[in-house]
Write a protein that binds this ligand. Sequence first.
Ligand SMILES: N[C@@H](CCC(=O)N[C@@H](CS)C(=O)NCC(=O)O)C(=O)O
Length: 205
Amino acid sequence: MPLVLHEYAPSGNCYKIRLTAAHVGVPLERRNYDILRGETRTAQFLSEVNANGRIPVLQVGDEDFLPESNAAAFYIADGSDLIPADRFERADLLRWLFWEQYNHEPNIATVRFWRTLVGEANLSDLQRAMLPGKIAAGEAALALMDAHLGRSDYLVLDRLTLADIVLYAYTHVAEEGGFDLQPYPNVRAWLTRVASHPAHIPITV
Ligand SMILES: N[C@@H](CCC(=O)N[C@@H](CS)C(=O)NCC(=O)O)C(=O)O
């Protein structure tokens, strides 16, 4: 049975997994859920796919379900040259995956989601109040990446690793959320570098 990706295609978290699979050459069977219609909140989804009510979820065989995009991407990449062999470098890669989930995705992805899919007019009062803080935190994340990428071509090694794939996913669509990438030339050069790999696929595929 092929790996099954339970997903919502425009989500960068789901794209990370498709991009990792493309690099490793692993086929994925894709099942789509419309998150705007609450399709990941049904009793069946919660009991059978992910009690946390979210995609992506990677299904391995009939019974094993792996939520959390970076865990799923790691599962696919494990054993490939996207994961460094050296112990410190492997932990450093995990550092970027955790940082992405704490400092980058909750700000850059959320602002993109609110502005492009929910629509600013439809935000709740709480979401509207949170928007300036999320924009500032997203800009801080881009600035940190830009400083790091001024010193090396890729995030962990001098070649592509899973850290670059994971961070590429929402950084390359940050402008959809209103983030200006012009002040971050090293990030822009890195985006071009990552996208130039022969195995690269766009988010729309
Ligand atoms: N930390 C999770 C975040 C997953 C997540 O926030 N998924 C969103 C789409 S990107 C979702 O399913 N939203 C629908 C909902 O919460 O009902 C991951 O990296 O996979």
